[in-house]
Unconditional design. Structure first.
Length: 270
C-alpha cells in the first residue's frame, strides 16, 4: 500500500517533477510508440504508466508498451462518458445515460455494484473525480456546489455555490484532486483551485478546452498544441505542436504523452 501511495504522490503533486526536465520546446523531438486509428470517446493514464481508451462502448487498459491487458463494458447500462484513473486500484467510471457511478479494480473488474447518483440527489453531475481520502468528488449541476461523498455515500464536505456560466451543461467540465487541492476546469473561462474542504483558493484565467496535472504544473491541451504551465511568470514548455491536429485530450506520465485527436489515439515518448 505504501508503494502505491508513493507513486500516487508523484502523479498528484506531492512530489513535484523538476522544472528543467523538459527543454522549452519539445514539439519536434517526439518518438511515436503506438497509434490507435480509432475515434475514441475518452483516454486516461494512471500513476503506474498504464493507459486507458474508451471506444465503441468498451474501456480497455493497456500496459506501458501499448499492449492491451484488460477490458470492461456493460452496454445495457449506457455508454461510458467519464473516467478517473488517479487511483489505479480504484478506477472511477461514470455512465451518464443512467447516471451510474462505478469503481473498478486494477483488472477492470467491479469492486461493488453501481452507485445510482439519482438516489443521492445528484441528478445532474457536471464533473466527478476520485478522492484519495475515499469516496469521490462531484460538481452538482443542480446546486453548483462541489461535494465530497464518502465511502458510506454521505456528504462530508460541501462548497458554497460556484459562479458558473448561464446555460451550464456537462460538456467540457473536468475536476481533478491533486495533492491537497482540487482543480476544476470551467470550459472557455478559467481553472478554479480549491482546498480539500472545498474552499476557493484562487482562479487561474486560462481559457483552455482541456487540461491535466503533472507534478506542480498544469498540462494545457489546445487543439493544435500541448504545453506545460506553472505560473504566470514562468515560460510555458511546449511538448507537442501540430497545425490542424484537432487535439481533444492529453495525459503526460513517465515521459510519455498520450494524445486523443478526433480520429486517433497516439502514444509517444518525449
Amino acid at each position: 500500500m505504501t508503494f502505491f501511495i508513493s507513486l500516487l504522490g508523484i502523479f498528484l503533486g506531492i512530489g513535484s517533477e523538476p522544472l528543467n526536465q523538459f527543454p522549452a520546446d519539445r514539439s519536434g523531438k517526439t518518438d511515436t510508440i503506438k497509434v490507435w486509428p480509432i475515434a475514441a470517446d475518452r483516454i486516461s493514464a494512471d500513476p503506474l504508466g498504464q493507459y486507458y481508451i474508451i471506444s465503441a462502448g468498451s474501456l480497455v487498459r493497456y500496459d506501458s508498451k501499448g499492449d492491451s491487458a484488460y477490458s470492461w463494458s456493460e452496454p445495457q447500462t449506457g455508454r461510458i462518458t467519464m473516467i478517473d484513473t488517479g487511483d489505479p486500484m480504484r478506477i472511477l467510471v461514470y455512465q451518464k445515460d443512467f447516471n451510474l457511478l462505478r469503481f473498478l479494480n486494477n483488472r477492470l473488474a467491479p469492486l461493488s455494484g453501481p452507485i445510482r447518483l439519482d438516489d443521492l440527489g445528484l441528478t445532474a453531475p457536471l464533473a466527478l473525480a476520485i478522492s484519495r481520502q475515499g469516496g469521490f468528488w462531484v460538481l452538482d449541476g443542480s446546486t453548483f456546489r462541489i461535494r465530497h461523498i464518502d465511502q458510506q455515500l454521505k456528504t462530508v464536505v460541501e462548497s458554497v455555490p460556484l459562479n458558473l456560466p448561464s446555460g451550464t451543461d456537462s460538456t467540457g467540465f473536468r475536476m481533478i484532486e491533486s495533492g491537497d487541492q482540487i482543480l476544476l476546469l470551467i470550459p472557455g473561462r478559467e481553472i478554479q483551485v480549491l482546498d480539500l474542504f472545498a474552499n476557493m483558493i484562487k482562479k487561474i484565467p486560462l481559457k483552455v478546452p482541456s487540461f491535466n496535472v503533472y507534478g506542480n504544473r498544469i498540462l494545457l491541451v489546445f487543439p493544435d498544441k500541448i504545453v506545460l504551465w506553472k505560473d504566470p511568470v514562468s515560460p510555458e514548455e511546449t511538448l507537442f505542436a501540430r497545425s490542424g491536429a484537432d487535439i481533444r485530450e492529453a495525459f503526460l506520465i513517465q515521459n510519455k504523452l498520450l494524445i486523443r485527436t478526433s480520429d486517433q489515439v497516439i502514444l509517444m515518448s518525449l
